[in-house]
Design a protein around this ligand. Structure first.
Ligand code: RIB
Length: 301
């Protein structure tokens, strides 16, 4: 089994539920306040580790109460935290999340997530990565570092998975360093100008990202599942029908479990099926890392 190495963000999520979103200048009463570990990078690492993949995280937290808690929780899920830097001066990333009718809105303070630079990530990868290992990253860390780390991971003959979230453009010259690009509809539109909805627009968006150099592309379509290419053909995997409690970390679960399955040598289609089931379990629960299921739960449904 190959290892999964995640370079990404760690945030403390401060989540609160409300019956309706406040208007500008208005206060509404909420409920179910939750202070829970999140961050796209951390969530993806936890999803891979809970599914059983040997998982290492490259990240940075502050020397504060949130940073300590994030490390403790990650270690509890067996994510190797040996390469996580603790900044002496910066503040740990924080996400303020409001949940309303199962969906969420997030405001992010990246804090120490922006501290790692290209040289830091390269130095770690040069020591710990082996050819064929999976490298996975997102856009919550410093953009140039993320892009340069993809390029370097490819130089080391790793298999690269990129989730450009929150949505920001990927400069075209970096596409050839992406083995598997995983985007939701908004992120796909950002990259291509096409909002993928039905099969034809999905095909056009996928082909556009492939022409720029991404080897394989998955578009996640929320409650409609996902669509991806394998060679010339398109495949769809429908979402599981479940009761939505909170969608936070559903996309991260999908990507983390996908990486774990690929690290076991599974085909993409089978990996997407497991990832879809895992994401369904996550949205049935409240919170981020705590909502992500273990392997046993995923294989049972
Ligand atoms: O993808 C969900 C994550 O996005 C949350 O855990 C939050 O930290 C934000 O980064």
């Amino acid at each position: 089994m190959k290892q999964v190495i995640v370079f990404g963000s760690l945030n403390m999520d401060l989540t609160i539920r409300c019956e309706r979103m406040p208007q500008q200048g208005e206060t509404v009463e909420g409920s179910n306040f939750l202070n829970n570990p999140g961050g796209k990078g951390g969530n993806q690492a936890v999803a891979a580790a809970k599914f059983g993949a040997p998982t290492k995280m490259i990240a940075c937290v502050g020397q504060d109460v949130f940073g300590r808690k994030l490390l403790e929780v990650l270690q509890g899920y067996r994510v190797d935290c040996g390469e996580i830097k603790v900044s002496e001066t910066g503040q740990t990333g924080v996400a303020i999340i409001t949940c309303h009718e199962g969906d969420n809105r997030i405001i992010l303070s990246p804090g120490t997530n922006h501290e790692l630079k290209t040289a830091d990530v390269k130095e770690v990868l040069s020591r710990i990565a082996a050819p064929g290992d999976i490298f996975m990253t997102q856009y919550e860390c410093e953009q140039n570092t993320v892009l340069a780390s993809l390029e370097y991971a490819k130089e080391l003959h790793m298999y690269t998975i990129f989730n450009p979230a929150p949505a920001k453009i990927i400069p075209e010259k970096y596409y050839p360093f992406i083995d598997l690009l995983v985007v939701n509809q908004t992120e796909a539109e950002y990259q291509t100008g096409i909002f993928p909805q039905e099969e034809e627009s999905c095909r056009q968006a996928i082909e556009s990202m492939q022409r720029m150099g991404a080897k394989q592309v998955i578009i996640t379509l929320g409650s409609r599942g996902s669509i991806f290419n394998s060679g010339e053909s398109l495949y769809s995997v429908p979402a599981e029908r479940v009761e939505v409690v909170d969608t936070t970390a559903a996309g991260d679960t999908f990507i983390g479990v996908l990486a774990a399955c690929l690290s076991e040598g599974r085909e993409l289609e089978e990996s997407v099926r497991y990832a879809t089931k895992a994401a369904a379990l996550t949205i049935m629960r409240y919170g981020a890392q705590q909502a992500i299921p273990y392997r046993d739960e995923v294989v049972q449904i």
